[in-house]
Design a protein around this ligand. Structure first.
Ligand code: SF4
Length: 377
């Protein structure tokens, strides 16, 4: 059995649980139903709670979502976290109904652009304080703070993420808000390992939420995540985890089961250490979906893409399949071919060049044409 010395992180209370310090590593997930569909969302929250979720996150993008969240709160005992997008002011409406608020530093530039991000974070922290909520500063590779991104070479995607997280921690500390954790997510497990190790070396006392974003479908998505978690949790880094898998809602409990089994295996010494992720083969990344999905055909499309592209297995090509128009365009930027789903069409792009939007029944042959062109070159 490995003797894992956890980093001495500070405790952060989230509803009935506490992460950090010597508390066990918590496992969490996120709903993918429409937040306004209260019955379906409550059913999914309960399914996740029954599967062992310590916290369940729900996206809120509008006042209607916020009103639905108040009703969801009444119908479940789960610890709830809200995922805020651009509209940071919604924090005030939802905070009384949740235990944690997640904001993304890269999304604080879209609303009220004349205001500095510090003012917006001060607002969110004030609301969190008044409602006994924790905060997660959730930095994501697909939506990094543009001011940080501009400072570095395009090849270096890690330093801007790290700097953004450190800057937000310093600011929260300066206003005496310490009930927070941080996440630094990327779809590449190697980058997740590096950025979290660098962050933990600088701020070992801040609890970390670990995850490989858009890990894809099982079993590959679980394997990618396991590789990253082994290299971090095995070295004492990480206080809560999420395994992001592209799955239909009724199978979302598998994310929780995967999270628990990865953590248990690491503590029992059942690891595949020194495994480095092989990036010299076809890499399909796909998001776990959330309430922002506008066409449920997304999950099936992700499965069809995986099947259709098997013939290109030996090529070092990355294809990203994203569920929505909110984060899809940004989060496909680093892929060779990217797809993101709208209500009626699927958008296709090659690198950063947009190739157009195609019907759900037209997209696979279009994708194949582009894939063949890349293979030919
Ligand atoms: S890409 Fe869109 S649908 Fe997928 S998890 Fe992110 S926000 Fe949700």
């Amino acid at each position: 059995m490995p003797d894992i010395q956890r980093n001495p992180t500070r405790p952060v209370k989230i509803g009935t649980i506490t992460i950090g310090a010597d508390n066990r590593i918590a496992v969490q997930s996120m709903t993918a139903t429409k937040t306004t569909d209260v019955d379906a969302t409550v059913a999914l929250v309960n399914l996740m709670q029954d599967a062992g979720a310590d916290v369940v996150r729900i996206a809120v993008d509008s006042k209607k979502d916020a009103a639905a969240l108040a009703e969801i709160r009444r119908q479940t005992t789960a610890n709830l976290s809200v995922d805020l997008q651009e509209n940071y002011r919604l924090a005030q409406v939802v905070a009384p109904h949740v235990d944690k608020i997640r904001y993304n530093p890269g999304h604080l530039y879209h609303h009220e652009i004349e205001k500095h991000w510090q003012e917006k974070v001060r607002f969110i922290a004030g609301v969190a304080n008044d409602n006994a909520c924790a905060i997660r500063v959730g930095v994501n590779c697909g939506s990094v703070d543009p001011a940080k991104k501009d400072k570095y070479d395009n090849e270096d995607s890690i330093t801007p993420m790290l700097e953004s997280a450190l800057e937000h921690c310093e600011f929260l500390d300066s206003i005496n808000f310490t009930r927070y954790c941080v996440s630094l997510k990327d779809s590449d497990p190697a980058k997740v390992i590096e950025v979290n190790k660098r962050f933990a070396a600088k701020r070992p006392e801040i609890p970390l939420h670990l995850g490989v974003t858009e890990a894809g479908m099982p079993p590959e998505g679980i394997i990618k995540t396991r590789i990253a978690f082994e290299q971090l949790i095995g070295f004492g880094i990480g206080d809560t985890v999420r395994v992001s898998l592209t799955l239909p809602n009724k199978r979302k409990g598998e994310e929780i089961a995967a999270g628990h089994s990865i953590v248990e295996d690491i503590y029992a010494g059942r690891v595949r250490s020194v495994v480095t992720f092989d990036t010299n083969t076809l890499n399909i990344i796909s998001c776990p979906s959330c309430s922002r999905v506008e066409n449920e055909a997304f999950v099936e499309l992700a499965e069809q893409v995986k099947e259709m592209t098997q013939y290109a297995k030996q090529h070092a090509i990355t294809i990203a399949v994203m569920g929505c128009r909110v984060n899809g365009p940004g989060e496909t930027d680093d892929a060779d071919l990217g797809l993101w789903c709208g209500p009626k069409v699927v958008n296709l792009k090659k690198g950063t060049e947009e190739l157009g939007a195609f019907g759900y029944d037209e997209i696979l042959p279009k994708l194949k044409d582009e894939l063949d062109k890349i293979i030919a070159t």
